[in-house]
Design a protein around this ligand. Structure first.
Ligand code: 6XA
Ligand code: ZN
Length: 342
């Protein structure tokens, strides 16, 4: 299995995340990438390959033009205001307010914010584009004959909606991979999101479409980020009705219950007869993850990978979350190794 990764990930390294009322060093940190690269090398995986240059036309099919323009210009507008800190949203369009994009950068940040913990820095946009390029290159490789590819994306993507950033995400890498597979000839693509958090951005992007089936296993939104999407009764809309499946689960969920949801998810994916599968691969369902509440062990990630591998679908893995940093490499590798040895 090839790995696509970009050293540009280091260009996104904000100093601050707003968490528990404090500005802390972000959980989503550059060394996550290093631990994964090391664990893959130790496991005999081939060295990561750099991505091709990002083709924005695919990105523009999953994100709004106004949003892409915002991401590209946010830092210069922020600097022009004379601000010296990192760009964080402080005011959002709440209920019963206008949904119009303001002129001022503080207003724009809130308008495009899906959550307010995530900072934009001078070089965040470059890192986000290179991360998306990894997903796009992985999808192209799958379309030209590879049977599985791992896209080591950083920053992650599954909270990035059609026109929303937050939850450490800017461009939706999994959605871009799925769109690239469609653009390369696939008729139907399934996305399986096994990150602990609901993939609200991915759901948002494909909610009214039936060419992408979105299936997510995650912490119940009543108890877990992103809080405002991810319930089981969100099943899609219009053409997309029936093509969105959520499996929210409660605090303390172990592999027994979690794997029932995985089994159901893969059965539904099998019935959809997709040409390819994109896995949003977060490993924050891990029992020692600092910000999550599922109880999967490192061995469980191997079993999970095996179960996905039994589907025998051409598969792109796209890295999402996972914050038990010293164990992120082994847990990620276990999913991929399990997949290769189902
Ligand atoms: C912010 C929590 C962001 C969760 C990010 C994540 N308080 N998403 O891992 O999958
Ligand atoms: Zn997560």
């Amino acid at each position: 299995m090839k790995t696509i990764a970009s050293t540009d990930h280091i260009l996104h390294f904000p100093r601050a995340e707003l968490s528990g009322g404090q500005l802390i060093r972000p959980y989503e940190c550059p060394e996550r990438w290093d631990y994964i690269v090391s664990a893959l090398a130790e496991g005999g995986f081939s060295a990561p390959q750099a991505p091709d240059v990002l083709d924005m036309s695919t990105v523009a099919r999953v994100h709004g033009a106004d949003y892409l323009q915002f991401l590209a210009s946010a830092w210069s507008l922020w600097e022009a205001e004379g601000y010296t800190g990192e760009a964080l949203p402080t005011v959002v369009p709440a209920r019963r307010t206008q949904q119009r994009e303001p002129e001022h950068i503080d207003g724009k940040l809130g308008y495009f914010a899906g959550a307010t913990e995530t900072a934009i820095t001078a070089t965040t946009w470059q890192a986000a584009q290179s991360s998306a390029a990894c997903a796009q290159t992985a999808a192209r490789l799958l379309a030209t004959g590879e049977t599985s590819v791992f896209s080591l994306c950083r920053p992650p993507g599954h909270h990035a909606g059609h026109d929303l950033f937050g939850g450490y995400c800017f461009l939706n890498n999994a959605a871009i991979a799925a769109q690239q597979l469609l653009d390369s000839g696939a008729t139907r693509v399934a996305i399986l999101d096994i990150d602990f958090h609901h993939g609200n951005g991915t759901q948002d992007i494909f909610y009214e479409r039936n060419d992408v089936l979105f299936v997510s296993l995650h912490g119940n939104p009543g108890h877990a980020f992103p809080y405002f999407l991810g319930y089981a009764d969100e099943t899609g809309q219009g053409n997309g009705e029936g093509y969105n499946i959520n499996h929210p689960m409660l605090p303390g969920t172990t592999y027994d219950a979690w794997s029932d949801a995985l089994h159901d998810s893969l059965q539904r994916i099998g019935e959809y007869l997709p040409d390819a599968l994109v896995v949003s691969l977060g490993v924050d369902a891990f029992e020692r993850d600092p910000i999550s509440f599922f109880k999967l062990s490192s061995d469980d990630f191997m079993r999970c990978g095996q179960r996905i591998g039994q589907q025998s679908l051409p598969t792109v893995f796209v890295m999402e979350g996972g914050y038990a940093v010293e164990e992120i490499g082994i847990n990620t590798r276990n999913v991929l190794s399990g997949f290769l040895n189902p």
